[in-house]
Design a protein around this ligand. Structure first.
Ligand SMILES: *[C@@H]1O[C@H](CO)[C@@H](O)[C@H](O)[C@H]1NC(C)=O
Ligand SMILES: *[C@@H]1O[C@H](CO)[C@@H](O)[C@H](O)[C@H]1NC(C)=O
Ligand SMILES: *[C@@H]1O[C@H](CO)[C@@H](O)[C@H](O)[C@H]1NC(C)=O
Ligand SMILES: *[C@@H]1O[C@H](CO)[C@@H](O)[C@H](O)[C@H]1NC(C)=O
Ligand SMILES: *[C@@H]1O[C@H](CO)[C@@H](O)[C@H](O)[C@H]1NC(C)=O
Length: 513
């Protein structure tokens, strides 16, 4: 297929102005000084922490191309406040948002509506990041130490047979073993995911255990996990869903080591949870790279890019940060979903190129995965580093998909889909799933595919919905009362579903000697 040719400037004049402004030296000095002030002011302010954690946003992205889509209709949802297009039939919605975008873009009104505050918060976050590099929190010894000691009875964990398909099975209620940790006992969770604290009335979503059909997942033992990763680096690389999984892993590890020196900080594209002992340093890290390759959406704090553009053959800039890691867990999906085609830069951002081609989503995705697999094969010593890829994390936007005509997106759901007699289609782009699966088969380095897609499709109950933040702020009661507009049916509550994804990772980690 011949890609469409475009000659469009990457940035409008006012955006360019803003970018130059940010690079200006005097401004940086001001920024640093101001940051110290703000840092003092907000050091322990949860709000700021959330802002740092949650991307800002921006008016809605627009949809430009159709054709060749297997799905029947378009769903528009928001990932980091950008419209996600899954299917075609609701395309009109999306076109409406194009109008919104055009009428507001570059206007003062835009700055005021989503902007003014965001501009402010963007800066704040930048500053905070600068300061945070220096920041170290010594966590007080936690009181639940004894609990952990108690659990130390070294009974052997039973591993599933190697040939057991862990991903085919069912959700069973098990409130004895699940949740794996308590929401209010993990101080590292961000307000994006702490649904109970944010007012969610039901908690059953925390109590489901994944039961493979032909075997069982091993019992989760935090101490055992920590023993295995002690002195090592675990790194999640990808988008906000991988960040969701990273937060879960931090809590799973955290519960094993209440008394050690724990630090949580951000530096550039990395967020790091670090455990320091005299003999060992252990880290659980998250690296922001929503497309894995280089893109104009790589700023870890400011994601307000409407016009997402990637360089599918360029990965080294990110890749250099992934070396010398012991466990690498990749993903990329949600950022592909706001348009049917992907904008591919001609040339490079460094050279100031501004022209791009529009390439069909699966073609561009294939190119990215090829670049990624080559990087892994060329740079990973599989004797040292274990590589994982988390498959697509699904969305739940249309309650008709699971036969609930009275539902509002995922907002009214309190139980998983348990009747599996009819096939389920929640609009997942399976083509991308298949590309990852195929690419992995052809690689020299063996990559463990964490096949979370189908089992997560059943978990319409597990999203953060209206019990979350948006643009760094907790939803107001008015917003919470309007799930049609505000429910987040992309990300997941913690404790919750991503803990199960990590149980697969845990199973692999403890299976290796
Ligand atoms: C992924 O798991 C589902 C069941 O959850 C299974 O039907 C599917 O075949 C698996 N796909 C791959 C590529 O392993
Ligand atoms: C687990 O669920 C059962 C059935 O709903 C309930 O009776 C029991 O009290 C629950 N146990 C815990 C520990 O929450
Ligand atoms: C905490 O860190 C200090 C300095 O790195 C070290 O001396 C001490 O042993 C650590 N504490 C524990 C419990 O590991
Ligand atoms: C990995 O280990 C195997 C067996 O110990 C060895 O034969 C191989 O050369 C090692 N590979 C690398 C890249 O070091
Ligand atoms: C499961 O769903 C199918 C189709 O909607 C329905 O015919 C069947 O009765 C359901 N089974 C149960 C146990 O609810």
């Amino acid at each position: 297929m011949q890609p469409l040719r475009r000659k469009t400037p990457l940035f409008t004049t006012s955006e360019m102005g803003a970018m130059k402004g940010r690079k200006n030296n005097n401004l940086s000095i001001f920024v640093v000084v101001f940051s110290i002030f703000l840092f003092g002011l907000f050091m322990y302010n949860e709000d700021v922490k959330s802002i740092a954690e949650f991307p800002f946003s921006s008016p809605k992205a627009h949809e430009t191309q159709e054709g060749g889509e297997p799905n029947k209709h378009v769903d528009s949802v928001q990932e980091d406040n950008v419209v996600v297009v899954q299917r075609e039939s609701e395309k009109k919605d999306v076109e409406d948002s194009v109008t919104v975008k055009i009428s507001k873009s570059t206007s003062r009104a835009q700055l005021e509506k989503s902007g003014a505050e965001d501009e402010d918060s963007d800066e704040r976050v930048d500053l905070k990041t600068v300061v945070e590099k220096e920041k170290k929190i010594e966590m007080p010894r936690a009181e639940e130490e004894e609990e952990v000691e108690e659990e130390e009875e070294d009974e052997k964990v039973e591993l599933p047979p190697e040939d057991c398909d862990l991903f085919t099975g069912e959700w069973v209620l098990d409130n004895v073993t699940h949740p794996l940790y308590k929401e209010d006992k993990c101080e590292f969770l961000t307000s994006q995911v702490t649904c109970m604290k944010n007012g969610r009335p039901d908690s059953l979503y925390q109590n489901w255990k994944w039961k493979p059909r032909d075997c069982s997942l091993p019992k989760f033992k935090p101490k055992l996990l920590f023993q295995k990763i002690r002195g090592k680096r675990l790194m999640f690389v990808g988008d906000s869903l991988n960040r969701n999984q990273w937060e879960s892993m931090v809590c799973m590890v955290n519960s094993a080591v209440p008394s050690y020196n724990k630090t949580w900080y951000k530096t550039g594209s990395l967020a790091i949870f670090k455990i320091e002992e005299p003999e060992h340093v252990t880290t659980v890290e998250f690296y922001w790279a929503p497309f894995l390759v280089e893109s104009n959406s790589d700023d870890p704090n400011m994601h307000s890019i409407l016009n997402r553009i990637i360089m599918p053959e360029s990965i080294e800039k990110h890749g250099m940060n992934w070396k010398d890691v012991d466990y690498l867990i990749f993903n990329t999906y949600i950022w592909w979903m706001n348009t049917f085609s992907m904008k591919v830069l001609r040339g490079s951002f460094d050279e100031g190129s501004t022209e791009y081609d529009e390439v069909p989503r699966p073609i561009a995705y294939g190119r990215v995965l090829k670049t990624w697999s080559k990087w892994v094969d060329d740079n990973i010593d599989s004797n040292r580093t274990k590589v994982f890829f988390s498959s697509t994390s699904p969305l739940h936007i249309k309650s008709e998909d699971w036969n609930n005509p009275d539902g509002i997106k995922c907002a009214k759901e309190t139980t998983p889909i348990l009747n599996m007699s009819t096939p389920l289609d929640v609009g997942t782009d399976r083509r991308l799933f298949a590309i990852v699966n195929n690419v992995i088969q052809s690689m020299k380095v063996s990559v463990y595919f964490i096949n979370i897609t189908s089992l997560s499709e059943l978990r319409k109950d597990a999203h953060t919905s209206v019990y979350t933040i948006r643009q760094g702020k907790m939803l107001t009661p008015e917003q919470q009362a309007d799930p049609t507009t505000y429910a987040d049916c992309i990300h997941w509550c913690l404790p919750g579903l991503p803990d199960t994804w990590n149980e697969f990772l845990y199973t692999q980690i403890i299976s290796q000697s």
